[in-house]
Design a binder for this molecule. Structure first.
Ligand SMILES: Nc1ncnc2c1ncn2[C@@H]1O[C@H](COP(=O)(O)OP(=O)(O)OP(=O)(O)O)[C@@H](O)[C@H]1O
Ligand SMILES: [Mg+2]
Length: 340
């Protein structure tokens, strides 16, 4: 019997779709013991939809790991003199008001050491990533979940969840990550794209870009004269109209690809290393031509990534076919569950 306390639900409350994946640790493995997703774009309907989703999914645990995102969450890269890990957060907090656009007392702050190098005077200097999220947003989020009878165990950010999902894959396939390997994980959702660059499995760079699948749907609607709902259907099931859909999306995808590429340039300048390969997730990664379009823009090897590959699945409580079909869309949910 699997131990109930070792189960946790990664709940990814996206702007267009709610995804929930339950991971349970058994002796040797992480097992997917539950899965559900539901398209919900109306914010007012979100809480009821989560309740419904949790009911139909028949998860064994009420512990949930979620993420906050959007303009109330900021990422900043700062340089600091070398300091031990246990003092890092305290030191970053003292300095944070120089870097973040909110009052330090009003934010939940997290700090992660990225690299250590020697400055011109021979002193050790660290690069640190600061993540600040407004306390009110985190508290509202936790309250909404508590009202549903759930137990919020962790509130993270999408970009880091991607990194955790990647690390989980590394546990499942030991040895696939050769030392020094630099991978960019890109999650293209409906309204935003999350970027996380990992070197040696350590997150070195994270950023969000405010573009996604909704821009493609809008472009298809403009090109074809269809209503947004119909354009959305055509995007998902283009059938013999694939060429029209591809042409309609071309400009928006180029714009998004170029914006992501700027982040690669920034990383490569700051960290003196090259992004070697790119992995795509998010609902928009289900587009059949995303890989080839982005590979052309990035000029880097680019592949869709299945974050559940290699994980065991409890088939008695999971629609395995649907899970595999939509797997790229689940990277954030899997990573949130994996982090706790
Ligand atoms: N088969 C498909 N082909 C192309 N696009 C798809 C397909 N299925 C879903 N999408 C698109 O994926 C997007 C939803 O993906 P996802 O669930 O990752 O976003 P989200 O998490 O709700 O959004 P965000 O992260 O921006 O808040 C929508 O724009 C939707 O149109
Ligand atoms: Mg999302």
């Amino acid at each position: 019997m699997l131990n109930q306390r070792k189960s946790i639900v990664g709940l990814d409350i996206g702007s267009s779709c709610i995804k929930a994946v339950e991971l349970t640790r058994d002796k040797y493995d992480h097992v997917i013991t539950g899965y559900a997703q539901m398209d919900v774009s109306n914010e007012a309907a979100r809480q009821d939809a989560i309740a419904e989703l949790m009911r139909v999914a028949r998860f064994r645990s009420k512990r949930v790991a979620t993420a906050v995102s959007g303009k109330n969450v900021v990422f900043r890269y700062i340089g600091m003199p070398e300091i031990s890990d246990d003092k890092l957060l305290q030191a970053a907090r003292l300095d944070a008001d120089k870097y973040i656009p909110f009052d330090v007392d009003e934010v939940e702050l997290d700090a992660q050491k990225l690299s250590v190098s020697t400055d011109a005077a021979g002193k050790l200097e660290m690069k640190v990533l600061l993540v600040a999220a407004k306390k009110t947003i985190v508290a509202d989020h936790a309250r909404m979940l508590t009202e549903l009878g759930l137990q919020p165990a962790l509130v993270g950010v999408d970009g880091f969840a991607l990194g955790n999902a990647w690390e989980l894959g590394d546990l499942v396939h030991p040895g696939i990550n050769e030392p020094g390997r630099t991978v960019a994980l890109i999650d293209v959702g409906a309204t935003k794209t999350s970027i996380n660059v990992l070197r040696d499995n350590i997150s070195c760079f994270a950023r969000e870009v405010g573009m996604g699948g909704q821009d493609l749907t809008n472009a298809i609607a403009r090109r074809t004269g269809l209503e947004p709902m119909q354009a959305e259907q055509l995007k998902r099931n283009p059938g013999d109209q694939l060429a029209i859909v591809q042409e309609a999306c071309a400009q928006a995808l180029d714009d998004l690809g170029n914006e992501i590429k700027l982040s690669f340039d920034f990383f490569e300048n700051q960290f003196d290393g090259e992004v070697q390969e790119v992995r795509l997730t998010g609902g928009t990664a289900l587009l059949p031509f995303l890989e080839e379009t982005f590979e052309r823009v990035f000029e880097k090897r680019t592949k869709t990534w299945n974050p559940v590959e290699g994980l065991k699945v409890r088939a008695d409580n999971v629609d395995v076919e649907r899970l595999n079909q939509l797997a790229p869309q689940l990277a954030v949910a899997v990573g949130l569950a994996a982090a706790s």
